[in-house]
Design a protein around this ligand. Sequence first.
Ligand code: PLP
Length: 407
Amino acid sequence: MARVNANYDKLAAGYLFPEIARRTKAFIEANPGATVMRLGIGNTTEALTPAILDGLRQGVEKLADNSTYTGYGDEQGDSRLRQAIAGSYAERGAQIEAGEVFVSDGAKPDAANIQSIFSQDAVIAVQDPAYPVYVDSNVIAGRTGESRDGTYEGLVYMRCDESNGFFPHPPEQKADLIYLCSPNNPTGAVASKEQLKEFVDYARKNKAVIIFDAAYAEYISDKSLPRTIYEIEGAKECAIEINSFSKTAGFTGVRLGWTIVPKALLAEGAEAGKINSLWNRRQCTMFNGASNVVQEGGLAALSQKGRTESARLIEYYMGNARVIVDGLKSKGLTVYGGVNAPYVWLKTPNGMKSWDFFDKLLNECRVVGTPGSGFGPAGEGFFRLSAFGHRENIDKAVESIKVNLVL
Ligand SMILES: Cc1ncc(COP(=O)(O)O)c(C=O)c1O
């Protein structure tokens, strides 16, 4: 008799974004002809840049001729791309070898799958609030108990709030796997070198492993802030880093990411090299490599021309973030983030619940955002606005908030 994985039943009812879509649809049905401005999902909106399009076209052309055609590639990724990614770390003073780079179809699958190479009894620590996949993948894997009031039994929540600038200190108790995301989705907070060092020190002392999600690293303009955890001495012994072309180069739909598993990484009972070879084994067994066409696009994105063009794209989105931050501040709202990250984290007025503010913003301003409580219990009372969008829509949304939001 087949039985389903009962851990799925533990997942907090409904994923955040389908619920946003449901409420938005209901509003549009009740208000025919109303135009809704969506600042909810962190989805890129601007066209791919010329250098990347050239790379993708070259990838397609190669498939048109038997002499350049390729079928399955290496599960770990095209060696030229692995080399180029490794090279990009050298610029930040981190020595990463191509053999430590695993190319994938995105950061989300890697963030979800990485837990599978660690023991079932690993104690998981997450930032609260956090990008949901870190928690949900561990719930599904059976590393938590039930959820009560949005808090899973057995998980260590590292509260991120105004008192700590939305970046936590390492937990008091022992944790084995620690998920960190900087620049952070949803709060827009960015860890300093000193803050990351605290975690690296904790992890080395406790033989813990940090899973560092750097998907928004390229949005950091402040040169003093670390763009990779490997800028911190000793991080190669204790940290895995996940990254993506999604937000850097507009690949949200194209799909390409990577994970760095250093050979020096250590864990209880795992000597240097072991975790790298486990992830290699996992990928060879369960993944057949990223698309060859897309990897050509990734290589182009890492060329000098590609990077210059992508930097402009990021500047565009960060211009949107400034419009949002300035608009909300002029309305007297308390806002965080939006400076080195494409997310603005606003404090709901008058202590409103996040979902109540969602309804208020939709009804009064026709703007869709994301309730902070969807990212964890400490997100209650906060609300995320995304800077991904066409400027004219962002301008309209902010104008509508300024004019229509009743405080
Ligand atoms: C923190 C974080 N990591 C990973 C992802 C997903 O990246 P990808 O598109 O490469 O799967 C997102 C997407 O919103 C994200 O916010």
